[in-house]
Design a binder for this molecule. Structure first.
Ligand code: NAP
Length: 305
């Protein structure tokens, strides 16, 4: 029998992956937070994926982190701020050849996880797929996209990419995953915080062209300094293209704030400012943006980390 996929986190992306793997007949286990969540999950028929208006439910077996079964392949689908502690709880269950796939947005959480489980191979992912929860254990596949996977330490592709093929999860093995993650982080830093502060859709930033351009210049400087020149190339043009192409959308950070959810600021803008400080790089507008965003989140009673 093929290696089971353990999915940690039954949120939007975790469910999107779990249901497609299960649909392809692959063995999948869902790890939920605790016994209370397991009881809630068991009371449902399984995980439901809504795609093109059609809902299908998959009876993926659920378990808590305390289950004794060893884990060889773990997909971490929590938010960036939960990943390190959630994986640390599973450390005793990881086999010596365990592989961990990290779906978290931004940077910082991947290194934190890797430091907690140094014997495991950690693979980072950058995804443009979109999904949201419209109920407990039920997820809507909102935007088809693509997922790049890579391991900055070992460029050899893992065997289980065949499972993703079978599950029809569009993907590609990337030998420059760090560049991809930095580029996405920079795009996020140039767009998302401003949509929160100006209380607008992405397209609303067309009225703040100069502010966006200044941020892009500082972000490009940061990318150059931290050894990611390819991620800095034509950054401003791409930011402007994204603002135009997604003009009607609300950014993920905007949606988090609007729904009074914790944001992933520490792994996005916060990470950029931290790395700049480490390189003794003075980026006044980026720092000011971080301070304004933190003050705004606090004024709303939301966590600022
Ligand atoms: P989400 O819907 O909030 O799901 C996170 C899940 O993690 C929740 O179900 C939560 O459990 C679970 N969790 C947290 N701590 C846990 C623990 N200790 N043990 C077990 N489960 C735990 O988040 P998401 O939208 O899927 O995002 C996940 C990551 O993917 C983020 O970094 C996000 O930025 C990135 N991403 C998301 C999308 C998207 O379209 N959603 C697209 C690209 C990238 P509870 O249900 O009990 O709260």
């Amino acid at each position: 029998m093929s290696t089971p996929w353990h999915i940690l986190g039954a949120g939007s992306l975790g469910t999107l992956w779990a249901t497609r793997l299960a649909r392809a007949g692959l063995p999948v286990r869902l790890i939920v937070r605790d016994v209370t969540r397991l009881h809630s999950y068991n009371a449902a028929d399984g995980l439901t994926l809504v795609e093109n208006g059609q809902a299908n439910t998959y009876a993926v077996p659920g378990e808590t982190p305390d289950n004794p079964e060893p884990i060889r392949r773990l997909l971490v689908a929590c938010k960036a701020y939960d990943a390190e502690n959630a994986v640390a709880r599973l450390a005793p269950r990881l086999t010596p050849d365990a592989e961990i796939i990290l779906l978290q947005n931004g940077l910082g959480s991947q290194d934190a996880v890797a430091a907690r489980v140094p014997h495991a191979r950690c693979i980072s992912a950058s995804s443009t797929e979109g999904a949201f929860r419209d109920g407990d254990w039920r997820v809507v596949f909102a935007g088809h996209g693509f997922t790049w996977l890579g391991d900055a330490a070992h460029p050899v592709a893992p065997i289980w990419l065949d499972d993703l093929e079978a599950a029809k999860i569009p993907h590609e093995w990337s030998t420059d995953i760090l560049t991809r993650l930095w580029r996405k982080l920079a795009l996020n830093c140039a767009i998302n915080p401003l949509t929160v502060l100006h209380n607008c859709r992405n397209g609303g930033l067309q009225a703040h062209h100069c502010e966006v351009a200044t941020l892009c210049a500082e972000l490009a400087e940061l990318l150059q300094r931290c050894g990611q020149p390819a991620a800095a190339e034509n950054l401003q043009q791409e930011v402007e293209r994204v603002i135009q192409a997604t003009a009607a959308n609300y950014s993920s950070m905007y949606q988090d704030v609007a729904n009074q959810r914790r944001t992933e600021i520490s792994y996005l803008l916060g990470h950029a400012c931290k790395v700049a400080a480490r390189h003794q790089l003075n980026l006044p507008h980026l720092n000011q943006l971080q301070q304004r965003l933190i003050a705004h989140l606090r004024s709303l009673g939301l966590p600022s980390d």
